[in-house]
Ligand binder design. Sequence first.
Ligand code: ADP
Ligand code: MG
Length: 727
Amino acid sequence: MRRQILKEMGREFRFQGKLEGRCISSENFGKYVFSRTVMHKMLPREIYQNVSNAMDGREKIKAEYADTVAMAIKEWAISHGATHYSHWFQPLTGASAEKHDAFIDWHSQDSVIEQFNGKQLIQGEPDASSFPSGGLRSTYEARGYTGWDPASPIFLWRAGDGITLCIPSVFFSWTGNVLDSKIPLLRSEHRIDEAASRLLRLTGLAADYVYSTLGLEQEYFVIDRALRNLRPDLILLGKTVFGAPSPKGQELQDHYFGAVKDRILAFMCAFENEAIELGIPVKTRHNEVAPAQHEVAPVFEKSAAAIDHNILLMELMRQIAQEQGLACLLHEKPFAAINGSGKHCNWSLSTNTGVNLLDPSDTPHNNLHFLILLTAIIHGVYQHSALLRASIGSASNDYRLGGHEAPPAIMSIYLGQGLEALLEEIESKGSSSFVQAKSRYDLGVVVLPDLSKDNTDRNRTSPFAFTGNKFEFRAVGSSANPAFSVTVLNLIVAESLNLILDEIEAKLEQGVTPEVLTKAALPVLQHYLRVSKGIRFTGDNYSEAWAKEAEKRGLPIIKRSSEAFLALSDPKTIRVFDRILTAEELASRQDILFEHYVHHMNIEVNLMLDMFKTQILPAAFNYQKEMAMSYLQIKEALAPHQFHSTKQAAYLKHFNDALEEAMKRCEELEKGKVKAFALPLKEKSLAFGEQVASKMEHFRESVDHLETLLDDQLWPLPKYRELLFMV
Ligand code: ADP
Ligand code: MG
């Protein structure tokens, strides 16, 4: 089967040469989005204004307008061929969810009519008893509600032969408990707006509000679908549980930024085009370091929009790959021994007027707000590094963190030499050479150079790096919904910012000059920088030495996510989540994370056992039998004095030993799994992360060794060299 497919490959794909109408064009941008432009045409002025404000999160949709808005949406959707509508939301499974309802309703006894009213627009009741709630909701009181979130644009989803109107929504239980990843994110946006606006009022930068911005660099693998279909592990998990390294891997570094193959480029064009139609501003595409690995990055947006768009983009990529006989793998570590995939979260704060608060060159006259914000970020990450580690945690990301060119499981911040020098000055002297004196008597204002230009010394090994005008949180996994990570980031920065502002404000009268303010602020910053110094690291995060150094500094080193999830019940976490999620809601999330972790690992173990017993073992027995027969036959055919085949016997023995070892390790894994399963949830999750994971690794080693010994004709699974290079 595998050989047959290999023989056929390369024949079916013919590059079209021209991609009629399938290339990115600004004309198509947002074609399937119920945008402000569409609304402006379809809605009366005061209603348009209301919805537009609601999209900015500044106002609620007025109840009396809902029917009119719904009518316009229905008309627009039907004119594009939509037949169904769906509240589209992000439950705690990490994926998105939708339940479709047709627009039709009874018109008379024997006819139907398209219907859609304000009530249906604003609230849905998916009765979602099977979504994870971590015990917040028992099945008999299962009712969960979705509520339209106007901050995210309504769009049309085209899949199969159907077109569905999707209404981005939040999801909560009838008791009011939060059951999704969107509500906490939106609340955290409010929190960071409050804190940052307070900062700007103090430093005198005019703005109505502040929001976080997010640019998500999405890494992924693309492989041939026919080969993928021969691997149960790729079908069920999107990763390989076995696979010996290819003789050629990524060591030649010939893939990174290399020419994109035609077949891949056709795929990229197709999904980018559909993304553009959905209003996703995709911009950058290139080959990544590992063979068959690539990246796509949209232009940054408000965080909630960027996250919605990322979830949609991942779905588009999966579906379009399928249409094209490809498989898009978004798993963090589809292949061992080469790079894994991340979703780099580029995060910053922007005012409504478009000033980037992490870009000193945006405010050339005074950068005090930048220094205060930077200190707050450093302090927040220092205080909550375990929580940040938890926020990126998953069974799949555990395989990536600390691996090949991936950020380690230890959180630290990289700032670059220029900023480091500046902060060290403040730390030691309580002042800075960037403070420009206006007169002989005062400290003056802070004016920093344009940091985005001084970007040459980028540290790509850091999990959390300043890159000139934003932070890049690189530890987030490729398949993750980044909402929780961004929520945590917003909250911990807001908390530290408020602490720092409390102290500065306590020293000041109302309406002080910038000079007085700077003088009051610097000693406070000095204190916070000293306290959180341990989290700053400029060296190589991949090195052994860093792990030792981090330990000396007392930084949390949390290798397995199951352990990281414990941070969700830490009193510090409960405090920083005050009025965002209750302790009960956090506990439920922790349970869901534990459960998810166990399920994921358990599926993986089951796959390993199943593939080994039903695919690999039979092949190995066959090969063993062939070798033994060949040996015996040769022995029989030759005269005793002619027969000296000690090497062949030794090889047979070696193979036999390797097989025995693999079978032994298989048994150990099976036993380990059963033992772990008997434990209560938390302990079970920890056991899967530790003991079971190490048994899996041990077992895999042994099976991968077998792959290198077995007859290639008999090996039942597509090999790494085929999966990675034959696309
Ligand atoms: P790289 O990090 O590979 O050098 P870029 O600097 O161009 O690439 O940006 C990577 C991502 O960061 C892009 O999605 C970009 O839109 C985003 N980005 C740029 N500026 C900001 C910002 N102020 N806030 C959030 N994301 C940003
Ligand atoms: Mg980057």
